[in-house]
Every structure is written in C-alpha cells, then in structure tokens.
Design a protein around this ligand. Sequence first.
Ligand code: GAL
Length: 626
Amino acid sequence: MIVYGGDWNPEQWPEETWSEDVVLMREAGVTRVSVGIFSWSHLEPEEGRYDFAWFDRVLDLLGEHGIEACLATPTAAPPPWFGHTYPEALPVDRDGRRLHHGSRQGFCPSSPIYRDRALRIAEKVADRYRDHEAVVMWHVHNEYGCHNARCYCDASAEAFRAWLCERYQSLETLNDAWGTAFWSQRYSDWAQILPPRATPTLTNPAHELDFKRFSSDALVSLYRAERALLGPKPATTNLMTGAHWDMDCWSFAEAVDVVATDHYLIGEHPHEDLAFAADYARSLNGGRPWLLMEHSTSAVNWQGLNLAKDPGELRRNSLAHLARGADAIMFFQWRQSRAGAEKWHSAMLPHAGTDTKTWREVVALGAELESLRDVSGSTVAADVAILLDHDSVWAQDHPAQPTDRLKPVEVIKEWHAALWRAGITCDLARPEHDLSGYRLVVAPSLYLVSDEGAANLESFVAAGGVALVGPYSGIVDPHDRVRLGGYPGAFRDLLGVSVEEFFPLTEPIALAGGGVGRIWSEQARLTTAKALDTYRDGRPAWTRNEWGGGTAHYLTTLPADLFPIMARVCEEAGVTPAAQAPPGVEVVRRTHPDGRSYLFAINHTDEDAVVEKAVVPAGAVTVIRT
Ligand code: GAL
C-alpha cells in the first residue's frame, strides 16, 4: 500500500467538523493522518493538568473509520504557560536576545526544563495511546531545529562545554584543535568557553564548527530521549532534506526507524530541487522506501510570492516523490486553517470546500495511489553517488573564505541538477560510506574531509571507479585546519595536481574548449594528471588522473555548463539513464527484487513526449510497468 494523507489538526475545529473530516478522508482515499503535532496546549492546558478526553475521541474516530494515525508527540510547540513560567527555557539568539512565546519551537534545545516537560507530555501521550488500534507509527516532534536549531543562552553554554569536554578531554587538545594560538584565544579554563555569540569581528572557525555539531547533536539527543518512551511501534520525525542545513540529517537517519521528510517547492527549478530532496531522503534511509511526510497541494504561505500550483502539478509532484522511492505521499495539511499564521497555506480540503480543483485532484490522486499499491516496497538503484557532508557545509559557511560566492549547497544542488538533466538518478553519500556499489562518485564541494573519507575515495577509484571532484575540496581537516603542502591537500595525490593559490573570479572566464568558468579559478600544477580543458592562458581547468584501476577528474572552476563534463565521466564510468527521454522529461525506475519494475516518466514540458513507446502527455506522468 502507498500511504496517503496529511497532517490533521482537529483542535482547530469544532467537533462537528471531525465527523465530516473522516468521511471526506475516506472519499479521498486517505489511509493515514498525522495527529497531535501542535496539540500540547490542548492536551496540557495548564502545567500538570491534562485533558485527553477530546483526543481519545479523535483517535477513536480514526479507528472506527479505518484510518491510521501517525501519532505525534506535541513537543514542537510548547504552550504559553511554558514560556510564561520558565522564561529561562526560551531560546536566545546570537545577539543575546531572548525570544518570546507566541509562535512555535519556543524553547532552548539544551534547556533541562524543556527536556523534562517535553518528556513528561510525550510519556503521557505514549502511555495513553501506545496500544490504541489506530496508532501505527510515532511522529516525534516536528521538523527539529526548523526555527530554533542554535541557542546561545547560558544553559546552552553549559551543555556546549560538557560536549566539548567529552570530545576533547583536555583543554590542551581543544586549544590545539581550535588553533587558539591565533588572536590570543587560548583558553585556560573550561568556564571561559561560550557559544559563538556576537563578537567584534570574525569568530574562530573551529569554535563555530563545533558549536554547529553540538547544536545538531542536542536535537538528536532530544529525539532519542522521546523515542525511548514510545514503545515498539516504529517512530520517525520529519526532516527537511535539502532545505534546512542546521541539523546533520545523517545522524538523525541513524536514530529514526524510517526516514521521513518534508518538501516544498522552491527556487527557479523546483522540480530539480524536489528530486534532490527525494534522493537525499532515500539515501538517508539506506536506499529503502521512505516517507514523504509533508508537501503542499498548492501554494504555501511563507515565501514572498506564494504561487498556486497549476492543474496537474500536485499529481506530478507527488508521483515524482513516489518515483524516487517514497512509499507515503502526505501533505501539510488535511483541512486548510481558518485562523492562524498558516491560513493562506493550501491543504487537501481547501477553504472553498469540495467543489474545487484541489479537492478533485486530491481525490484522483488517492485513487491513483491505490492503483499503484504494488509499487510499494520497490527500490531505486543508482550507479552514481554525490558526496555530501554536513561538517563540510558548516565549515565552509564561515564568512572568512576566499570568496563568498562559492556556496557549497548551491554547488552540490547544481551538480545534482546536471545529473538530473542527463537522466541519471543518483544517491547522496557521506565520504566515509561504502562506495563500492557505485560506478561514479562526484564530490562537488567537499571543503572539509576526514582522512578516512579521503582514503575511501582513493580506494573507490583504485578499485576501478570514476571520481569527479569540484574546486575547493579536500582543503581542511575535521577541525577546519588547512592540509599543508599544496591544495587540494586531501585529494592532491588522487587528482595528480598541486595548487598554490586560488583566484576567485570577478567575472566568468573563457575556457579553451569553448565553455565558461564561473566564480572560482586556480593555478594548478599538473603532477601526474593530464588536462582535458584549460583556461585561455593554458592553466588547467579540467584534469584527469589515472589512479589504480580508475580515474579521478578535477575541476578548478565551476563550468557554466556541466553537461559535457557529466556526459564524459558518465560514459567513462558506464553510467546510463533509466531510459532515453527528451530533455525535460524525468525518468526514474523502481524495481522489486523479483524483477517487476516501474518506469516513471515525468513530463515537465509543454509538449507531449514518448518514452519507451509510451506517450507522456505534456505536464503529466506515465508509469510504465515491466
Ligand atoms: C512545515 C511544517 C508544517 C507547516 C508547513 C508549511 O515546515 O512542518 O507544520 O508549517 O511547513 O509549509
């Protein structure tokens, strides 16, 4: 079965509406709803006084109508009494401003008071409902760190020091790792260490990086503490793959029973962004089917300009997630809110009711997912991996860089988009992961890499793989200390080049092969590599080095058009698309172990297309079964 549904927030509505809701859910083919996400102030109206009667009726109603509940712990939105009683548990920003209650995620992730009260309500919910027939799964919290990932208060300072103490054991080791000899930053007592609060000028990069790691760990630790209370039914939390970078999704993936993510269309090429988010979610779940916990039926409410979806777009987006391995297609939210900050956010059941484009599309999608139920459990195989490391993204985020125009996430997404345009499905992988199943590994932006990660890429290539590495990769160690002896330190031998200086660009630069480089250039000396393209002055722009049984390519700039380079490395690695398709038609295949497979052809153009003899109408999706 493909799970279908969305967030249901019955506390926003009078009880008469609930019975209408469940009837309409059945009409739409909804199989599961997430409930209780923002219910804390209704479940515990005053500290220590609980009201579960209304929620009993909600869950019973779902049970009676055969709709599964993904039951949330309501800890993402502490009630007003929490901030009022415990202002010291509210988050503090970098400038020392304490934020107030009145929104959501109004808490410091390291606050012992928050942890205690959150675990208390989570346990109450768990004790009361863990055996309820409607409950099939736990939805812990909501989008950890979406608004409060980093808190700079005194409680955070104390927790940060404890985390550092555990990591470094001695101040001497910490001083060495952080390079505190610079600018007289040597610590002589743990008590002197603070979160990186506002300072007169640039902060210590290693300090910043550890604070980001610590802050992400604090969120994972909250997840684990809640999860431990819930019992045997599977638990997850909704990540924001590709959209929010403050939490290390790889660490979260280790903690959850199944990976779930949310995705909202954003940017100039939203369908490419969708593919990235979906590939990332699948990779986090080890290639197994994952859950799309939220997306939107139409407009959101939090962008400057919130565009409604065109007819057919909802289906196209949903099936694009399904194609990339989702076994659940869910929305935020079931019924569009009448009041509150999200009243202009679309939902499955819009303000205007059921005589609407959205409702008709929602019902049609429910029926279609039912007809595609046998897709569930099938997987997506990828021959290509893109290396993605949060530590590296965080480290490169520090403002003191050769240029502020080289943005790691943008580069990673650009490279993913180049593969997308070539019809190649890829996974995301950590540099330390087992890469042996891939033919091609690309590292678009890996400023920081561990020795282990670098050695792993070397072994992959030595064993016959093809690698493509982007500029400003392999530069620093896990403490953001430069790898000496010539850049790109960690990959110098593998790539067969040595770089003395960087030359960030003020404007695009012509390449001898006819292309153009952007943002970055280098003065690279070839040690063992050969140049495949150069700048007009002869300096290498694209190099290729033989290494063991494989080859390692390097780019010293960001080519405006990556297509010829991707085509070359794919050809060298023997990587081909899931099917031949015209430009703008996305093709992805899901396969069962017994060989049954589904080729999803998703037409993002205004023209009808043909894929494997099947017609894919403009803007539509065709699923070809074999
Ligand atoms: C998500 C969140 C939902 C809702 C949605 C709106 O980030 O989990 O609760 O706010 O965005 O797009």
